[in-house]
Design a protein around this ligand. Structure first.
Ligand code: DGT
Ligand code: CA
Ligand code: CA
Ligand code: ZN
Length: 572
């Protein structure tokens, strides 16, 4: 049976959003949000559960179980349809304008019939907001600015863009005399695949000096807000950076709070409350005495709550707190565990650096092995031929003599055609050390055909790695649609390795699918897919994504020592 978890999770989340817009109480909104996350993270297939089984999913009570059952049986949730009828889609979009909350959006709709961002812009310009309660001239100005920003930067940025900005700001602030500690927090510390805004936290005796340095940073194209403990700037690309300065004795608690996620915080705060503690952005307090509990670091905060320290990439309230309570947190793969890169390109196809340059850079990183995997002939614009591939192999073998400590592998990135076939005949594929197979065309096949296509590629005995499996390009191409559990089962059966392509616009497999694949007992490879020397550095984003997928090092083949890796490649 098809897995329906994501579909149902999306509906529950939509229900929560609509409850918030129509002014239902915040508690109820949160109940549905939590249920949505639990359903999305549930390992089994919810379509196979009865009412009892549904109720056993964490955060799913009988009313929500009833709605899920109704949906699985009839294809609609009556209560959701009712709310949808009350709130047009355009009004929901309005709530994403900075400075416009759900309540005000609903007032605009009810009083003026404003049902889209465009309609709001027009209403403001025509002066129709004049006299509307809660909408002064200052609000109008904020709204117009919010709309402008939304038009310009409606989307979240790739993680590397945010990381560069964050690292520069942290370096600038750390150099200010009197700055004790400074770090970036928020979604970037959790290694999310896209970042809404950058959050930076610091401690200092003199917060004014830090704020001055921040608002006059070369990165600040605009100062959005500036205060004693909190300021915000916007970079020229439209990325917002928030800085908070906290007292030194609140560092641990503030670090924990601003790292988030919000859902993780809500859960940890509940645990604190049960123990007579109050956890907030201002610190950890004894509820009765009001006394502040010194929290020099996060370990102390978690220890006070009776928990081990939880790595930030896990902090999404998708089971990490329960795992921590049971002492079953995974020992996550780290960048230091990575011993080599198994997917890279050169200027023989679409890379921009030569083989010598790429190999020298790889050796500079201390890798124990490195695979060159240029594109195969069916990607016509790359103009690959048998002769070119063989000449490159010859070249690589000669170069290897200069790198006795790094094993050079000659591979290729094949193209999976719509039927699941790949470039070159088997005899030729057998001469490579390693073959990756990826989807580079026909992204919109129907699900069943797409699934068959990927499964066939896995069944090809020469294919070792399924490259960037969903083929998504973050912000510009949707992931292909396949029955992923079926694909993961095929990977497990054929011992085909799933790639986690570390390139910031791919991050593919995405973390939620990694976690799902884990349940199928498959192996992974975290690869840079580098097309230039600096791209070798993107490995860290792939590792972050692997961490968000709860991966341990033993599941990642390029953490293995060279002998074990070669043995594995040979056995295929
Ligand atoms: P983003 O910026 O959309 O990529 O995601 P975050 O997670 O960086 O979110 P952001 O920038 O709004 O807030 C940074 C952190 O501050 C967030 O991860 C958790 C904490 N935080 C923000 N708002 C709330 C809140 O209303 N309640 C709680 N408990 N924590 C919050
Ligand atoms: Ca943020
Ligand atoms: Ca923020
Ligand atoms: Zn590719």
């Amino acid at each position: 049976m098809d897995r329906r978890n994501d579909e149902v999770a999306a509906l529950l989340q939509e229900y929560a959003d609509l409850l918030a817009i129509t002014g239902d109480d915040a508690f109820k909104v949160r109940v549905y949000e939590k249920a949505a996350r639990s359903v999305a993270g549930y390992a089994g297939n919810i379509a196979e559960l009865d009412a009892d089984g549904l109720r056993r999913i964490p955060n799913v009570g009988s009313s929500i179980a009833g709605k899920i059952e109704e949906y699985l049986r009839t294809g609609v949730i009556h209560a959701l349809e009712e709310l949808r009828a009350k709130v047009p889609a355009g009004v929901r979009r309005l709530t994403t304008i900075p400075a416009l909350g759900p309540k005000k959006a609903m007032v605009l709709y009810k009083e003026l019939g404003v049902d889209s961002v465009e309609a709001l812009e027009k209403a403001i310009r025509e002066g129709r907001l004049n006299g509307l309660r809660g909408f002064g001239p200052k609000t109008e100005e904020n709204l117009l600015h919010g709309i402008e920003v939304m038009h310009k930067t409606g989307r979240r940025v790739h993680i590397d863009v945010a990381a560069r900005v964050a690292e520069q700001i942290v370096a600038e602030l750390s150099a200010v005399p009197g700055c004790d500690r400074c770090a970036y927090v928020g979604s970037l510390r959790r290694m999310r695949d896209t970042i809404g805004d950058v959050d930076v936290l610091a401690t200092a005796d003199d917060s004014a000096a830090l704020m001055a340095a921040f608002t006059t940073s070369p990165l600040a194209a605009e100062v959005i807000a500036s205060g004693g403990t909190k300021s915000s700037i916007r970079t020229r690309d439209g990325l917002q950076v928030d800085l908070r300065v906290v007292p030194d004795d609140a560092w641990g608690a503030a670090l924990q709070y601003f790292t988030g996620s919000k859902a993780h915080n809500i859960h940890t705060r509940q645990i604190a409350l049960h123990q007579g503690l109050k956890l907030s952005e201002y610190g950890l307090f004894d509820t009765e005495t009001g006394e502040k509990i010194v929290s020099a670091d996060e370990e102390e905060v978690y220890a006070r709550l009776g928990l081990p320290w939880i790595p930030p990439p896990l902090r999404e309230d998708t089971g990490e707190i329960e795992a921590a309570q049971r002492g079953e947190l995974p020992d996550l793969v780290t960048l230091a565990d990575i011993k080599g890169d198994l997917h890279t390109h050169t200027d023989l196809t679409d890379g921009v650096a030569s083989l010598e340059e790429m190999v020298a850079a790889a050796a500079g990183r201390g890798y124990a092995y490195y695979a060159v995997t240029d594109h195969a002939p069916n990607l016509y614009m790359q103009r690959m031929t048998d002769e070119k591939a063989l000449a490159q192999r010859e070249h690589l073998r000669k170069l290897a003599e200069a790198y006795p400590d790094m094993r050079l592998l000659h591979g290729t990135e094949l193209n999976i055609d719509p039927e699941g076939n790949v470039d070159w005949p088997g005899e030729f594929l057998a001469t490579f050390d390693l073959c990756i197979a990826s989807v580079h065309s026909h992204f919109t096949l129907p699900r069943a055909e797409m699934t068959r296509r990927l499964v066939r590629a896995c069944e090809n005995p020469y294919v070792t790695i399924l490259g960037h499996p969903t083929a998504r390009l973050i912000g510009s191409r949707e992931p292909i649609d396949a029955d992923w559990d079926e694909v993961f089962r095929a990977c497990a059966r054929t011992r085909t390795v799933l790639e986690i392509d570390a390139f910031p616009d791919r991050l593919d497999l995405p973390a939620d699918l990694i976690r799902r694949a884990l349940a199928h007992d498959v192996l992974f490879a975290v690869d840079s897919d580098a097309h230039a020397v600096p791209h070798l550095d993107v490995m860290r984003y792939g590792v972050g994504t692997a961490q968000r997928g709860w991966l341990t090092a033993d599941r990642v083949i390029n953490t293995w020592p060279v002998d074990r890796l070669l043995e594995f490649l040979r056995s295929r």
